[in-house]
Design a protein around this ligand. Sequence first.
Ligand code: M6R
Length: 610
Amino acid sequence: MCGIVGYIGKEEALPILLEGIKNLEYRGYDSAGFAIVGDDKKVSSEKAVGKVAALFEKISGRSFPGKLGIIHSRWATHGGVTELNAHPHSDCAGKIWVAHNGIIENYKELKKELLGKGHKFKSETDTETIPHLIEEEIKTLSFQEAVRSALKKIRGTYGLVIVNSDEPHTLIAARNFSPLLIGLGDGEYIVASDAAAVLKYTKNVVYLDDGEMAVMTPSSHKVFDLDMNHREKETHVIDWSPELAQKGGYANFMLKEIFEGPEAVENSVRGRLIAKEGLVKLGGLSDSLPLLRDAKRILISGCGTAYYAGRVGEYMLEEYGGIPVEVDVASEFRYRKPVFREGDIFLAISQSGETADTLAALREAKEKGVPVMGIVNAIGSTIARYTDAGVYQHIGPEIGVASTKAFVSQVSILALLTILIGRQREMSLVTGRRIAEELKKIPDMIRRVLKQNDEIAELARKYQKFNNFLYLGRKYNLPVAYEGALKLKEISYIHAEGCGAGEMKHGPIAMIDENFPSVFIAPQDSVYEKMISNIEEVKARRGPVIAIATEGDEKIGEIADDVIFIPKTLEMLTPILSVIPLQLFAYHFGVLKGLDVDKPRNLAKSVTVE
Ligand code: M6R
């Protein structure tokens, strides 16, 4: 949550900061602000409520000279969405400026103490305690020492960039449980919460770890722990091009990313399937093969869309992999005091690799000695680095807040894992081959579904008048029902509920009437007949029905009001196809309502607070 960028170097800081924060806006967009330190030690700062565009507009035609600066786009946690609460925050003297991503848990105690010492606070945020704390410490210490000493007093999570106008050639960054990396330029450094902000300038980055702070001048950078021990850091090269993070001709990122579904599956599967032998080769798991062979249970955890992908994985791994699986929403996992057993493997699923709840669940498992693995997209992200082994999704950046291509990729990787684990157990060569062959055909099948985009847009128009939707599925497509409802909620702010079709008669059916449409995910699979009966039950109560059905299914067209067809494939792979019309439906619904589908209200792409 929250995007932060810091710059120090030979160029004017502001254009680089603005460019960077634009690319990070998906992390939070309640308000934005910056502070620039000039060589003359003067600080110029501006803030605006709303998206980064509001800040651009506010400063248009004005100049903010300086080669050192920090910028922030906020996702509010403490304090309302106001200009006063927008970052960066400063000390009483207006010399020390801080942009922060995270939560300072002990800010109330610290603030009380600082108020007692005469500090004046301007905002309601937890963050503002940091510059005041540094101001207190700097009375007797150097800037660097003062930051270190202040950080030792803070309890909570932070990614921080800090400047001090008395030191116009120093930028300090620090991290504790909130992502932060340093882009290593030529005579310049760009610190950012993720790589999208630095790719235009450099592909070489250093990832800060928890409990580390970095001190940068235009010509040097040093990383320390909070006891001032020097830390040697590895330089990583990121191979994403900046163009990958652009819209590429689409109206917005969400549509672009839905249409990238076929490539997402191709890229996630490429080089990993040995179809002829019905086998799978996953480089990131090659050292873990004995562990996987001996595993007795897999515990999957993730949030939102990643969690639903995990639920599809549960069906696959149990039915074809022959291994017990439990799936938890990460935000609940550690609070329910999970009982671990010998032979458990924990698998985190996360597109961003930075989701705080998923990371917390992962830590819980790791601290209890369980081998931890991940399916992650963002290379070098915290979850990717914290796991013992894992599989990268290789789908490029996902910018739209609604997760779309990440889901189809995650489910494809879970299919690969199913073959791998299944073939280590009872799965026959024939079955392994069959899944592999079918998986290879999936990208073209998605392309066929995408061709119905116009019809789906029309359907969204037809159903615009409704304010409630029920999404129903069984077995492999039950998680897809939840995912479809989540997409509609987050993009259109329309009430939508996912429900097991078998559960409908235990309560939800009471809501059904001519004003309450249902979306049935009903491909011709092992639960098809049951789904048809459920559709009949809804129709008997005059409920409008949209069905996602298998191409050539004429029967369903006779009972459902509207049908979107998907190609026939193996039952376990249908979620990769059936989710596409639901993504498009939510997308068009949101667009027709005139909403910003890339940045829905109240949300952020990467939820780095608990
Ligand atoms: O980056 P992650 O995959 O860990 O994110 C998990 C969820 O926050 C994410 O899927 C969220 O639910 C999306 N907004 C759903 O579209």
